[in-house]
Structures are given as C-alpha cells and as structure tokens.
Ligand binder design. Structure first.
Ligand SMILES: Cc1cc2nc3c(=O)[nH]c(=O)nc-3n(C[C@H](O)[C@H](O)[C@H](O)COP(=O)(O)OP(=O)(O)OC[C@H]3O[C@@H](n4cnc5c(N)ncnc54)[C@H](O)[C@@H]3O)c2cc1C
Length: 310
C-alpha cells in the first residue's frame, strides 16, 4: 500500500541541519505521515526520525527542549489519525536496541519499538501462553502498552509486569504495571509526555498445539468480523459498558456511510476505512456525525479510541 516517495531532491529543513549535529543520520523532512499510519492518512511531519537507543533519545529530547521544538512519539501508527496539514517539530520512532527482545525464563523483556506480532510469534514458538489475545493486533509493543491493547480474550494488563519508562522529570525508571492506571484501552501514559522504552511481560508455559489453536481461531474471527482489506486505524470509538459502539453507529444509520473516501465499514461499523484518498478531515467529519447522532438518539457520548494528532 505504500505510495512511492517522490524522487528528486528534498528540501532540507533548518531543523534537520541543526539536528544533524545531535544525531548523525536517519532524518527526513516533510515526511508524509500517510506512509506511517495504517489508515494511510496524514500530512507531512516537519522532521521524522528514529532513535536507536535511550542515549539517542535523551540527546534528541534535550535538543528539542533547548530549541523549543515539539516532539511526538510514534509507535506503529495503527491507532492514529494524523491531521492533513501535518505535524510541526520532530516525530520520533523507536528503533535499534529499542526493538530488542530478551527471554528470562517465563519473562520476556521487549523493546517498545518491537512489533507486537513478533512478540506473539516468539511466545508461540517457545510454547509460552498468555499473549494469544494479541494475535492480529497490529502496531508496536509500546503502543500496545499505552493503549492497553486487547480483545475480549484478554489485554496487555493481564500479562504486563513492568515498564521501563522515560519522563522528563524522573529520567528512566522501572514502573510496575499496577502504577500505570491501565484500564479499558486507557492508561496514564496517554498524555504524550512519557516514553515507554521497554516492557516486561510474564507468560506461562502452555501446550504449543493449544496456543496455536487459540491463535488460529482468533485470526479467523478477526478476518470474519473486521474489514482487513482496506486501510483503517482499528476501532474508532471505545465500546460503551455492556454494549458495542458499532451497534450504536449502525442503529443511527451510519453503517457504510461515506464522506469523501472515508466510510464507516459495511463489515464493522466501528471501523472507518480509507477507500482511496480519504483525508483526516473526512474521518473527523464522520466521527463528529456519529457522536452527534448517537448523543441525540441514545443520550450517550461516544469516546474516541483512536488518538488524534492535530
Ligand atoms: C486492523 C486493525 C485491528 C486492530 N485491532 C485491535 C484490537 O483488536 N485491539 C486493540 O486494542 N487495538 C486494535 N487496533 C488498534 C491498534 O492496533 C492498537 O491500539 C495498538 O496497540 C497501537 O499500537 P501502535 O504502536 O500502532 O501505536 P500508535 O498508533 O503509533 O500510537 C498510539 C499512541 O501510543 C503512543 N505511543 C506509541 N508508542 C509509544 C511509546 N513507546 N511510548 C510512549 N507512547 C507511545 C503514541 O504517542 C500514541 O499516543 C487495531 C488496529 C487496526 C488497524
């Protein structure tokens, strides 16, 4: 799905020139964020870069502080809507040592930049049970922790032991999962001012055939229920207690409803799919419409699950 990048010289932003003195390589200016989001939407990030270690992050952050430059941390971009006019400052992704994975008996320490799918695959390969709920959830381990990603088969908070967390005031420290305020698709980490560098999960030995069977069944269920053939950011709204956001959206007549190239999926009304060249404005308008109609009809305020970067 990646669109080809335009050839020819890129304009080098003054930010990049300054940043090259801090970190040696890997910067891009005016990087289209649609290339880095699963819904394939998003204007240009002024500067896009990767950090390979906690030291690199610290240097980059100190530079941002001194220069008064905004920063944002991107995981896999699978739960994100980035606005059409793009992002000022530096958008950062974790790479290098921040994607490493190390097993210690029934525990695994995973860099937050690693893919969640890789963790599921490794756990399955080792016959370790507990991560099956995450089969088919795209994105990074860091994003999964921040979102407390999960399904009705379980969520991150069921297996997470602690995280290695960076914050401006306390530098890097290990924080037990119990202190992260993990709830239904929520955590205290969603303010965007902290960075998860790594997460430690505790799994349990299981029967490999049984783990495999559970994963296969869940993937089948996913393919049946979710519009995986079109770009999306997963569920747009959180489910109300005891109900489903998709049911409410369908009940107010919006299943399949389209604005521009964005539409509430015919297969799963709580997914907004990009049918071609959808914009963030299209998605925003659909979300607003759903919220209004559901508020009017059910006196209920739908809460976005996706993160919106304006
Ligand atoms: C087809 C599809 C199916 C999906 N199914 C599910 C599902 O079943 N269950 C579910 O829960 N979700 C699902 N999602 C949503 C999404 O995959 C999850 O929320 C995922 O955990 C987000 O991870 P990410 O790395 O892509 O985060 P991103 O979208 O990149 O970021 C999400 C938020 O986390 C922050 N963040 C990311 N990494 C870090 C870090 N290391 N430190 C600090 N902050 C960070 C970002 O700043 C942002 O605020 C689905 C999405 C798609 C496209």
């Amino acid at each position: 799905m990646d669109e080809p990048r335009s050839p020819g010289p890129r304009e080098v932003s003054p930010l990049i020139s300054a940043l090259r003195k801090i970190l040696p390589e890997g910067f891009r200016s005016a990087e289209p964020m649609r290339l880095h989001t699963s819904i394939r939407i998003g204007g240009p990030a002024e500067v896009f870069c990767q950090v390979n270690s906690t030291d690199e992050w610290q240097r980059l952050w100190e530079w941002c502080q001194q220069a008064g430059v905004a920063w944002r941390l991107l995981g896999g971009g699978t739960n994100l809507l980035v606005c059409d006019h793009g992002l000022p400052g530096v958008t950062v992704r974790l790479a290098g040592t921040l994607r490493e994975l190390r097993w210690e008996g029934d525990r695994v320490l995973v860099g937050a930049g690693a893919g969640l799918a890789r963790l599921v695959k490794e756990a399955t390969g080792r016959g370790m049970a507990g991560m099956e709920f995450a089969a088919g959830i795209p994105g990074s381990v860091g994003g999964a922790v921040v979102m407390n990603a999960g399904t009705n088969h379980g969520a991150v908070d069921g297996v997470l032991e602690e995280v290695t967390l960076w914050s401006q005031d306390e530098a890097v420290r290990n924080v037990p999962a119990g202190e992260l305020g993990l709830g239904y698709r929520s955590s205290r980490l969603q303010g965007g001012r902290q960075v998860v560098f790594a997460a430690r999960f505790r799994l349990r030995p299981g029967d490999p055939a049984e783990i495999d069977r559970r994963i296969t069944a869940q993937m089948k269920e996913r393919r049946l229920r979710q519009p995986l053939d079109l770009p999306s950011a997963g569920s747009v709204f959180k489910n109300p207690p005891g109900d489903y956001a998709g049911r409410l959206i369908e009940a107010v007549g919006l299943k399949g409803f389209r604005m521009g190239d964005a539409a509430f999926s015919q297969k799963h009304a709580n997914f907004i799919v990009n049918c071609g060249r959808a914009t963030a404005a299209n998605v925003d308008a659909l979300m607003q419409l759903a919220r209004e109609r559901v508020r009017e009809r059910f006196n209920f305020e739908l809460e976005p699950e996706i993160r919106i970067w304006r």
